[in-house]
Write a protein that binds this ligand. Sequence first.
Ligand code: SF4
Length: 339
Amino acid sequence: MALLEVKNLNVSFGAKHNAVPVLFDISFILHRRERIAIVGESGAGKSTLGFALVNLLSKPGHIHSGTVKLDGTNLTTLTSPQMQKIRGKRIAMIFQDPMVTLNPVITIGKQMVEAIRAHTSINRHDAKKIVLEKLAQVQIPAPDIRFDQYPHELSGGMRQRVIIATALLLTPDIIIADEPTTALDVTIQAEILELLKSMCEENNVALILITHDLGVVSRVAERTMVMYAGRIVEEGPTLEIINDPQHPYTQGLLNALPQMTLAGHKLNQIPGSMPSLSDRPNGCAFHPRCQYAIEKCQIKQPNYIYSGISTVACHVLEDMISETSSSDSAFLNDGKDVL
Ligand code: SF4
């Protein structure tokens, strides 16, 4: 059975009679110990999806329909206290800025001990032992000294290591990491991503990495979902998506990576910008920015189709695939006729 199964999840903002849909028909499966990435430009709805998975949407956001099942239990129907037990213990979250999670006026050790005691009956002495072990596991030098320090006494990279250690304290089933390296110095971003990956592997934790940077997913995630304007537009094995992107938006994201630009040339960019989720264009929301758009792209939302081993939502690709299969079958028919 899947560890996490998200089915036809729709999220809206606003009161019921004039609610604005912001996430559309999101469906995916996460297996135990699997690492997946959700990629897209800022405003694509990635973080909203992360919050919706743990029922933490800020009002007036709400789940309009669909299910989020953890080991078969539908999280969207749980009460607040029931959900609080799930968060931290079974699903932990890591945010972009460690200072959002860490309390600046409480020592690191005390915060971590309290995180354990909020979910278990472990005494302070044993909780401290677990904290020191986890700090050592994320390669914090001199954990016993760091234990008594305040967050501001640590560098940004060290604070994010503390956050990763905190997320692992109760050995959750899943960590949702929302842009965990964006606030960090470029030189240590790769280090922290590598640490996150290896910690998930060592502790048998599944990972959902939310990022705007398609360039980092191949280091971390086995599968990638590309989001545009609140909808998944392409999903498949990460290597397939990096090496042979099918959706024009994914192709644009890859082309915009600095490593795809020749030295001395301007960075490639996707023309235009992400629409606001409350002002989504009709049809395929990417059509105002898409060089391949045809008439029906402005009218009808594309369905999901299989292209190779990826799933993609694109009219033009669907037409190409059906043309190829009809010419294949015409060829087969020709063969029959000759025989
Ligand atoms: Fe472009 Fe049309 Fe495909 Fe959308 S459906 S990505 S507009 S070709």
